[in-house]
Design a protein around this ligand. Sequence first.
Ligand code: NOJ
Length: 741
Amino acid sequence: MWTINAQERIPEVEALLRKMTLEEKIGQLNLLTPGGGVATGEVVSKNVEAKIKAGQVGGLFGVAGPDKVRVAQELAVKESRLGIPLLIGSDVIHGYKTTYPIPLGLSASWDMDLMKQAAQMAAREATADGINWNFSPMVDISRDPRWGRIAETAGEDPYLGSKTAEAMVKGYQGSDLAAAHTLLACVKHFALYGAAEAGRDYHSVDMSKIKMFNQYLPPYKAAVDAGAASVMTSFNDIDGVPATGNKWLLTDLLRKRWGFDGFVVSDYTSLNEMIAHGLGDLQAVSTLALKAGLDMDMVGEGFLTTLKKSFDEGKVTEAEITDACRRVLEAKYISGLFDDPYRYLDSKRPEKDILTKENRALARKLAAHSFVLLKNHNDMLPLGNKGKIALIGPLADSRENMLGTWAPTGDFNLAVTVLEGFKNVASEANIQYAKGSNISNDPEFAKKVNVFGPRIEVEERSPEALLKEALDLAKTSDVVVTVVGEATEMSGEAASRTDISIPDSQKKLIRALVDTGKPVVLVLMSGRPLTIPEEFELPVAILQVWHPGVEAGNAIADVVFGDYNPSGKLTATWPRNVGQIPIYHSAKNTGRPAPENEEFQKFKSNYLDSPNSPLLPFGYGLSYTTFEYSNLRLNKETIGQGESISVTVTIANTGDYDGEEVVQLYLRDVVRSITPPKRELKGFQKILLKKGERKEVTITLFPDDLKFYNSTLEFVSEPGEFEVFVGTDSDAQLSKTFTLK
Ligand code: NOJ
């Protein structure tokens, strides 16, 4: 744990603060991006250089590589009056150069060890390139797949989200933040960013405190408890005050209630955006944000340009500025930057640490573990390494769509396409490719998606010609594998969709391929849950692969050809239609629950035109083998407050393959003072079972697992009956009850 005991401040930092002018303190609160690299002439903004020298910059991002970072660091260390080194930030969201699956995919592995390894690898690579601060993990809960940034989350569940948050923070930060291969984590986006109304990015958030505390805040708290060094505010407002200027959020909750001792940075110009939110001019919002508890201002320079004036006018105090500055300096101290500002700048490290064979092997493993087998009609998968395979679809040979959204440090040119992966892994098979369709036929839509370069290419050949070529190939093949879904930038920031189905061009292709009568495997790529009710009804196999990263093709081939038996489980519910959104497994019963059999009943909580149940529940995912659950038992029937209880179940691998299973435990608090969810995830274990093997799995429910935030926001457990469910997904049927005295 790196955090500082506020009572014992760091003497070196205190001594430095005593030497600093007010302007220099304000300078430390300024985070800039020169947009490319400080050392490369043209892209160096003159102002950034001058500001660093003038002591007006606390950190940079968008600068990487030991040599470039050294130039920036030398400006600060050698040419500013006090020589205070810079924080060097970056968005290392799913791997640095060795890009691994998008976070939503990674979370589907439910494998905390693997996630930690992923974060460690990312930290090693990023620090080798001079980065000492990472704008990750993003731990926002999202129950709205229309929101493009659900791709960057661990899904809908606060329990799983908390475990993931902890694993990532520990992976990035290790046990010594001054070590050359660890970096400061930044938990984001605080808070509730994933609950934007109607799934539209940056939209308002309005939520009860009870929902906040029980459903949305736990992962941020888990990250803070794991020792995260910094927190980034979110763009949205909460209770009418934007997070960046929200004192209740940043001071009362984060610092006072949770004891957070690190520093808080705004999101990109989120300070300035408080003007558009309607809270006043730049000086007013900067004052508000500082007083609320914001320490560092990303890009907008509101602090830099107005705080001195506000001080002169008596609107902020020097103590408030000093507090913020102290927190930034303490982070630098803990990173070891005061000891050696160049500690992350070893020019031999990139070659040694980045994109190594081991790292690529890990990325391949992470990808394979993130895939979710949604359907396996006739046990079509895995395929044999033989015969003629038609590999069809706009994503089958599309290098630029393999990494997934927000991989700014990665390079898609290094990605393995599905076609290449198939050829690598299934060398005995005859693999032939046809594109079959465009990702979308709509040039206007393509233009919006292609902001970072071509991701959707609308071919000059007509859709009919594309389709014909594919069908000709399919008809002469033994099996068809079609790789379809979303282009990389169809999810991510400012990439919300109101229709989350597979685009029409590809739907048509799928239907036509199935009509050939050949066995068809859908490899489905997306950054979000999709609505696929029609495709799901088809006699096909469906493997959901998200956006898998740099080893995409190899990992997909590993699973399709059975070198790895898929074990991923959905971490966000897949709705039947967008009208069901928000949809999540831990919903409440209501006073008029719909009947179990989902038959429509008037005056019950249901729809005229859709069942309530999702297409695919949270926690869902198949395997090439089958698992049987039996003999659920508890070690006690009654427990007292503060006691734990063990839940044991027997699981047998009854199929033909070795396989991994995520054993999931859900809990229902039957009666309590505020309406309980029907069930909530409260434990899981991922196990490997050899073919024919049987294992006992025990999951312990600890006292905190029985607690919730009540109407006065105290974290309590209330006496009464609890029902435990254990099984393969959130519809788990085996159940037992116990009583809390
Ligand atoms: C805006 C995004 O919301 C945030 O996640 C990211 O870290 C910053 N930009 C910096 O790139």
